[in-house]
Design a protein around this ligand. Structure first.
Ligand code: ADP
Length: 401
């Protein structure tokens, strides 16, 4: 079965076309600047030349039509006809409490995603645009939605509730939801397979650290705690997000600096984290370069980032009463040997022992970076959220037949 995976943002749309007989990627690409004057379509067919095309793409339906034209193009295409696409999987950021797993799109499912606009105002609306665009371009083809929050729906009430008046949960569903669920689920499964151990027996801490970053405690294959909360702002220090802070900071700053709600939201989401402390960059490559060169601001940013990451790992070992496996993934987790090294150096009390040479190797494959003596297995597992969505889509479409 061939299926398309779509990740729609407000002005962008990423896609990957899979042949699920061997899970191979036939083509992938990206449409950027949707709704702006010159939109850019970058199409990467496997085994053929990449193409970039600039045109006017005003909304998502046209974006998908252009993608389908590329996928069936005589030169740059990989399909004889659009009819070969038998299902479409969509990434949706927020599934609230309604979705505990991926789901086949129905009018009721779309209505529920709309009801969640309040909780993810920047992310859920474009996902609906992506679904509508697929339905318009490929009538009759089933659509499946995969939610970033769904994997964390197994968290216990004592973990997901905030200790604030309960009426706020009852009225507005204010609670912790988490994010990056597709990635945490994927890498924890791959880790168990790599170690050839049943996931039901394992206590795993998955560290998804990219621009956004979150940690999950995966016990027996399910999420028991995760560091992001009502929104992706809670938890670790990130590229441009603050992560945890005393909520009074918000009201105090709003009062002193006369900031509006949107200004303070923007400060905490876009102008904090590594960027704020280094004063130069949100990119971990620049931060570690600065740290190696002895620059004081980058050094402080690096030390704060590593310290906060290590504290969270410690707290999840406490949450699960132990840890068997620590997994690093996403942009920083997969590529930054120095972040992994410094973090693990300070986890010796857990029996973590890193093999510094193995840690430096880059392979793009799941691999162990701890020594044979280490009491905790430390792995690097490249994440693949699209493949996870493709697998869910295949499974759900087959089950619904
Ligand atoms: P997103 O959270 O946007 O999906 P990624 O998971 O792709 O992002 O992570 C992107 C981030 O990964 C970059 O901003 C950069 O900080 C970091 N990164 C990428 N390559 C390296 C590297 N070689 N060393 C350190 N950090 C890296």
């Amino acid at each position: 079965m061939k299926l398309l995976v779509i990740n729609a943002g407000s002005s962008s749309l990423k896609y990957q076309l899979y042949d699920m007989t061997d899970e191979s990627v036939l083509a992938k690409g990206l449409v950027e600047r949707i709704g702006m004057d010159s939109s850019i379509l970058t199409h990467k067919p496997t085994g053929k030349e990449d193409v970039t095309e600039v045109s006017e793409i005003l909304e998502h339906t046209t974006a998908i039509r252009k993608v389908l034209e590329k996928l069936t193009d005589k030169e740059q295409g990989v399909l004889a006809s659009v009819d070969e696409i038998q299902a479409v999987g969509h990434r949706v950021v927020h599934g609230g409490e309604a979705f505990k797993g991926s789901a086949l799109v129905t009018p009721e499912v779309k209505a529920e995603i709309r009801r969640l606009f309040d909780l993810a105002p920047l992310h859920n609306p474009p996902a609906i645009m992506g679904i509508n665009a697929s339905e318009a371009n490929m009538p009759g083809v089933p659509n499946v939605v995969a939610f970033d929050t769904a994997f964390h729906q197994t968290m216990d009430e004592k973990v997901y509730l905030y200790p604030i008046p309960r009426v706020l949960y009852k009225k507005h569903r204010i609670r912790r939801y988490g994010a990056h669920g597709t990635s945490h689920q994927y890498v924890s499964r791959v880790a168990a397979e790599y170690l050839d151990r049943p996931i039901e027996d394992l206590k795993i801490i998955t560290c998804h650290i990219g621009n956004g970053a979150s940690l999950t405690a995966v016990k027996g294959g399910v999420s028991v705690d995760t560091s992001m909360g009502l929104t992706p702002l809670e938890g670790l220090m990130m590229g441009t997000r603050s992560g945890d802070l005393d909520p009074t900071v918000v009201t105090f700053v709003m009062n002193k600096e006369e900031l509006s709600i949107s200004e303070v939201n923007s400060m905490l989401n876009k102008h904090s984290g590594l960027l704020a402390i280094s004063g130069s960059s949100s990119d971990m490559r620049d931060i570690t370069d600065g740290w190696e060169a002895g620059k004081p601001n980058e050094t402080l940013a690096f030390e704060m980032y590593e310290y906060r990451l290590r504290k969270y790992i410690g707290s999840y070992a406490a949450a699960m009463n132990g840890v068997d496996v620590i997994v690093f993934t996403a942009g920083v987790g997969e590529n930054s040997a120095i972040v992994r090294e410094k973090t693990c150096e300070n986890l010796s009390y857990l029996g973590v022992e890193l093999d510094k040479e193995l840690n430096k190797i880059r392979s793009g494959e799941p691999r162990r970076i701890s020594t044979p003596n280490s009491k905790v297995e430390v792995l690097v597992v490249p994440t693949n959220e699209e493949l996870m969505i493709a697998r869910d889509t295949l499974h759900i479409v087959q089950e619904s037949k």
